[in-house]
Design a protein around this ligand. Structure first.
Ligand SMILES: [Zn+2]
Length: 139
């Protein structure tokens, strides 16, 4: 599968090499019933190496997740075989149901119906903290 063969879908490009699988996992792409390709260590003029994820179907992807894993990535929406939209990522202010709090005393451990919400508290260090107990999340 190459970009030209996708008629309608999503291409996540310029992923920092090594982060493609993390993104694949966090986007739940192993659970979708559509063709998905991951290319790791592709040649990139800007970065040397990059990962690429191609989704050969017009499914919604969580842009906050992509911005969290790799703010340098670009998302291309493909329609009728051409790039119809190019989205630049940035660090999201909040993440909902992406990360799980690891603090065993956090209220989300006992109150399972609560959404897992993390807030960006330090953009320079890409630090996110649980809104309930302020435990730091790591990627
Ligand atoms: Zn917590």
């Amino acid at each position: 599968m190459n970009i030209d063969s996708i008629k309608n879908g999503v291409v996540i490009d310029h992923i920092t090499a090594g982060r493609g699988m993390t993104l694949y996992r966090l986007l739940d792409l192993d659970g979708v019933d559509v063709p998905v390709a991951i290319i790791t260590n592709a040649q990139s003029e800007k970065k040397g190496k990059k990962d690429i994820i191609k989704i050969d179907a017009d499914i919604p992807v969580d842009l906050d997740v992509i911005g969290y894993v790799d703010p340098g990535a670009t998302v291309n929406i493909i329609k009728d075989g051409a790039v119809s939209e190019k989205k630049k990522m940035k660090l999201p202010q909040t993440l909902k149901n992406v990360l799980k709090c690891k603090n065993p005393r956090c209220i989300t451990m006992t109150e399972q119906e609560l959404p897992q919400i993390f807030k960006l508290t330090d953009a320079d260090h890409r630090t996110y903290r649980c809104i309930y107990c302020e435990t730091k999340a790591n990627i």
